[in-house]
Design a protein around this ligand. Structure first.
Ligand SMILES: [Fe+2]
Length: 166
């Protein structure tokens, strides 16, 4: 029994279905969006045949939409990057499906490998780059759907926090 709560449940919770919430048809929480991304990531037959690599521009494909959210599939050839940007009012869940991506922020650099998930709040400024020698594929969920992606020209050095020209 949890001593921090006055609530206790005796017996099998699954026997009281009327107390359980029905499964929601669409994600509404960060955990549910991250779970949706993991489900899609595991379904390689769904996304792998769609992937294209384009050396002239980053390739992207809208994989799915739901009420207020979108899933985008992106590919990155070595050296391709997003430029420094934020996602306006959208929150995001980035999941690497194949290869390796590097995220640069003013707080440092993170390497994202398959299975890694990165959640960003509205206004989070970052730059994502394929610094590897192999192609990479990523899945991006935006809620609400991405309508604005302001680019940032200045880049902050993690060591000095001073803006330098990107
Ligand atoms: Fe981004």
């Amino acid at each position: 029994m949890n001593s921090d709560s006055d609530l206790s449940i005796a017996g099998d919770l699954l026997e009281v279905q009327h107390l359980l919430q029905p499964a929601r048809p669409h994600p509404t929480t960060v955990a549910e969006f991250a779970g949706l991304a993991r489900t899609v990531a595991a379904d390689r037959d769904r996304w792998a045949p769609l992937v294209r690599y384009d050396t002239t521009t980053r390739w992207y494909h809208r994989l799915h939409t739901g009420p207020g959210y979108e899933l985008w599939l992106l590919s990155w050839v070595p050296g391709q990057g997003s430029g420094r940007h934020d996602h306006g009012l959208s929150s995001g869940v980035l999941t690497v499906l194949a290869g390796e991506l590097t995220e640069h922020t003013e707080r440092g650099t993170h390497t994202l490998r398959p299975g890694a998930q990165h959640v960003s709040a509205p206004g989070h400024v970052h730059e994502v780059v394929n610094d590897s020698l192999e192609g990479a594929v990523s899945l991006h969920i935006y809620y609400p759907g991405l309508t604005d992606m302001p680019m940032h020209t200045a880049r902050c050095s993690p060591a000095t926090q001073n803006p330098i020209t990107a």
